[in-house]
Design a protein around this ligand. Structure first.
Ligand code: SF4
Length: 431
């Protein structure tokens, strides 16, 4: 492997903040991973990294502290259990995400996520895009996650035995948050792949790097963007209905019980992941789900005493739920990320001590920079480290902007430039 300066992003690899270390992101369609696959991720982390694993808000898994010379071997190891990282970073169609993993129709969503994953992953027609291209599939509009995707699919029902989806496009967060707009309603599943192809083609043809699709929506206007997509040959194409057995891995019957294992900041050790995988093998059909809140959900079988098994697991891995577990999405920040302005896990650890009892019922998110990887504009309370400021001794410390989400759209900035002390004082009053 060529050494210095190689760009591994299309293989799902970023350089870490620490010189000589890399992060490998693994794509999981709709956040679903088998117990065997989880053990493979854990083994890779133990052998080639430092035994730490990070769960992302898009239902992917990241392995940190990897060395460049080990990257080809790691790719092979992951592939032995069918895991891929292709397109997990860089200008490609990223992992297909879902925040609806507990919803009734989830197996149907997972099916479609797997089809889209298979179609777009590693397909040279949809790589080397101007920037990332994100697709999300949701059971409803409740969480607002459809608003932050390049293509957000929302299940809208069933017509003639075929699932139909509302399609929202051109959303995104980052420095210039833009809520996606409703592009088409009640589109049958057979049109979804060619339609997304049309959208990606328009994006690749018109957006300058490193702009997202939302740039075209603001630059051209939504009407013109719509026209361009409609002019693509695959816009009206309808593929034959998919036949054969379903592809989803998650089993959901009335007797299955979905419980979540809260994972602070989405950070696990490889030993903990192995123990969770073993529990899934024994009691949850051998499947784990990485949730959009960076936790792990298990669908316990009807035969399992779900609450007791979860409690046993939490005790075994030293993750007894703190009372109460607060929904708090946290990106790696300056702990590992080169863009990070704040040590997010440390800051969040301090903040949770001061959240009021009423505030504990809200959802929280903290991002180490304006890229907003923890989706702060979709939390009831969002915090973004927006800049560094030198104090009297010349020491640089982060300043934070505060966002509140009050309706079904994206959250809005309500305060800016707060020090950590000011932030703590502010959140003492959030209810
Ligand atoms: S929000 Fe910024 S600091 Fe956090 S993971 Fe994303 S790029 Fe890194």
């Amino acid at each position: 492997m060529s050494a210095v300066g190689a760009d591994y992003r299309l293989d799902g690899i970023y350089k870490q903040r620490q010189d000589g270390y890399f992060m490998q992101r693994v794509k999981l369609p709709a956040g679903v991973i088998s117990a065997d696959q989880a053990r493979t991720v854990a083994a890779v982390s133990t052998r080639f990294g430092q035994g730490t694993i990070h769960l992302t808000t898009r239902g992917s898994i990241e392995i940190h502290w990897l060395k460049e010379e080990d990257l080809p071997r790691i790719k092979r190891e992951l592939a032995t259990t069918g895991l891929t990282s292709r397109g997990a970073c860089g200008g490609a169609v990223r992992g297909i995400t879902s925040g609806s993993q507990g919803a009734q129709g989830f197996p149907l969503l997972e099916n479609l996520a797997r089809r889209l994953h298979r179609h777009f992953t590693g397909n040279p027609r949809f790589e080397r895009l101007p920037k990332k291209f994100k697709i999300g599939i949701e059971a409803d509009e409740a969480g607002g996650r459809h608003l932050i995707q390049d293509v957000g699919l929302v299940l809208a029902g069933n017509e003639d035995g075929c699932a139909v989806f509302d399609i929202w496009i051109a959303g995104g967060l980052g420095r210039e948050p833009y809520p996606g707009f409703l592009f088409l309603e009640r589109v049958p599943e057979e049109r979804i792949i060619p339609l997304i192809e049309a959208i990606v083609r328009v994006y690749a043809a018109h957006a300058p790097p490193p702009k997202r699709l939302k740039f075209l929506a603001t630059e051209f206007g939504e009407a013109k963007l719509r026209e361009l997509i409609e002019a693509e040959p695959s816009y009206s194409e309808k593929l034959p209905a998919v036949s054969g057995l379903p592809e989803h891995l998650v089993v959901m019957t009335d007797g299955h019980q979905r419980l979540e294992l809260p994972v602070f900041a989405g950070t696990l050790t490889s030993e903990q992941l192995v123990a969770i995988a073993d529990c899934a093998d024994s009691h949850a059909d051998g499947m784990l789900i990485v949730t959009a809140n960076q936790d792990i959900a298990l669908l316990f079988t009807p035969a399992a005493d779900a609450a007791a098994e979860l409690q046993r697991l939490q005790h075994t891995i030293g993750m007894e739920s703190e009372s109460p577990a607060i929904t708090f999405r946290i990106c790696p920040g300056s702990h590992e990320c080169r863009m990070g302005l704040a040590a997010t896990r440390d800051v969040a650890g301090e903040l949770v001590e001061h959240i009021t009892v009423a505030g504990q019922k809200l959802s929280w998110a903290l991002s180490g920079c304006a890229n907003s990887c923890s989706q702060p504009q979709l939390a009831d309370v969002g915090i973004i480290a927006s800049r560094l400021t030198a104090d009297a001794e010349g020491q640089k410390t982060p300043r934070f902007d505060l966002y509140r989400r009050q309706d079904s759209g994206l959250g809005h900035k309500v305060q800016e430039g707060l020090t950590t002390v000011e932030l703590i004082e502010t959140l003492r009053h959030i209810e």
